[in-house]
Ligand binder design. Structure first.
Ligand code: NAX
Length: 329
């Protein structure tokens, strides 16, 4: 079998980190051959072509073909998995409305090109920010493609949330489970430890012995640390998260395709779960079963947690309404 994977923004930093891992089999495993489509804008074509040359030099046995293009019709032709990484960053003096409009101008046409040219069971993961609303715009423009096929990446936030708990508890990160991210991939996101476990034991119980006042630690230390981790990386590294973002994107797509053992987090379309208005793309606790994300339903959510979820969802509503007001949705 060969899977066709389209990466928009493939000439950028995250693209560069993604390509070689996909070619090496880190996404779909050692038995699945891949065909890569590198979609760029004209200014990014040189970087993408350079990456394509390096992919050749990697002599990856699983890599069947690489195509570089600035034409979305070619880029999404027969695409099974799309990673939409290329986005318009906020420039100096750019208002939020300008940013949303610029990105609607990218993700609207890409959604339409996906509907016209991708394979009928295409799965789309939006990485480029504002990821949730960009996914919503792409989905709204993709006539005939179920809204469930458009997702936004919040797995990096979850990985950060689990890693911070692992550090605090001095526990291996893979013993920490069920730490969903709710809401928007932004500083309003809510990393939720209320159902989390460490080696099967409630995380809140384990935290009490270490941090004392758990609610205060969550509100003042943990949640801001996770939500602002991207800014911390920029401050320390002098550049935004790249390899960790690519790693999370691979985690997200791999789980979507191969399924999950337990919960994880993804920005998926709401059907009204947990008070999130239907149609918004919000992060939820999810499982992947038979190639579909399913929102984990029926969780007990405290008043405090619901208020955090609602605050992040309010931001998503504002973003959606701003795009609607511009006539772009
Ligand atoms: P770069 O600026 O290095 O790369 C972006 C690439 O996209 C450039 O090569 C550019 O030419 C290309 N591009 C722009 N418009 C395009 C279009 N219409 N079609 C195709 N390609 C286009 O940014 P990078 O560091 O790779 O980050 C990419 C995006 O990921 C940004 O929007 C960033 O904010 C977002 N992130 C999202 C994360 C998440 O967890 N959802 C975390 C990491 C990252 O911040």
């Amino acid at each position: 079998m060969t899977t066709t994977i389209t990466i928009s923004g493939a000439g950028g930093q995250i693209g560069y980190a993604l390509l070689f891992r996909i070619a090496a089999g880190d996404l779909l495993g050692p038995d699945e051959r891949v065909r890569l489509r590198l979609l760029e804008i004209p200014q990014g074509i040189g970087a993408a072509e350079g990456a394509a040359l390096e992919l050749q030099d990697g002599a990856f046995g699983l890599l069947e073909h690489v195509e570089v293009t600035d034409d979305a019709a070619v880029g999404f032709d027969g695409c099974d998995l799309a990673l939409l990484v290329g986005a318009r960053p906020r420039g100096p003096g750019m208002e939020r409305g300008d940013l949303l409009a610029a990105n609607a101008g990218i993700f609207g046409p890409q959604g339409a090109a996906i509907a016209a040219h991708a394979s009928s069971d295409v799965r789309v993961t939006v990485v480029g920010n504002p990821a949730n609303t960009n996914a919503l715009i792409a989905s709204a423009s993709a006539d005939g493609v179920p809204a469930e096929r458009f997702t936004a990446l919040t797995r990096l936030d979850e990985n950060r949330a689990r890693a911070q708990l692992a550090q605090t508890l001095a526990a291996p990160v893979d013993t920490i489970r069920r730490v969903p991210i709710w809401g928007n991939h932004s500083a309003t996101q809510f990393p939720d430890v209320s159902h989390a476990t460490v080696a099967g034991r409630p995380v809140t119980e384990a935290l009490e012995a270490i941090v004392g006042d758990v609610p205060a630690w969550l509100a003042d230390t943990y949640i801001p640390r996770v939500a602002k981790r991207g800014a911390e990386i920029i401050q320390v590294r002098g550049s935004s998260s790249v390899a960790s973002a690519a790693n999370a994107a691979l985690d997200h797509v791999r789980d979507w395709v191969h399924g999950t053992e337990d919960w994880t987090s993804a920005g998926v379309v709401s059907h009204g779960e947990y008070g999130v208005p239907a149609g918004l793309i919000s992060s939820f606790p999810v499982r992947a079963v038979d190639g579909e994300w399913q929102i984990v339903d029926g969780l007990e959510v405290s008043e405090w947690a619901q208020a955090r979820i609602d605050a992040s969802v309010a931001e998503l509503i504002e973003e959606r309404d701003a795009v609607r007001a511009l006539g772009l949705l």
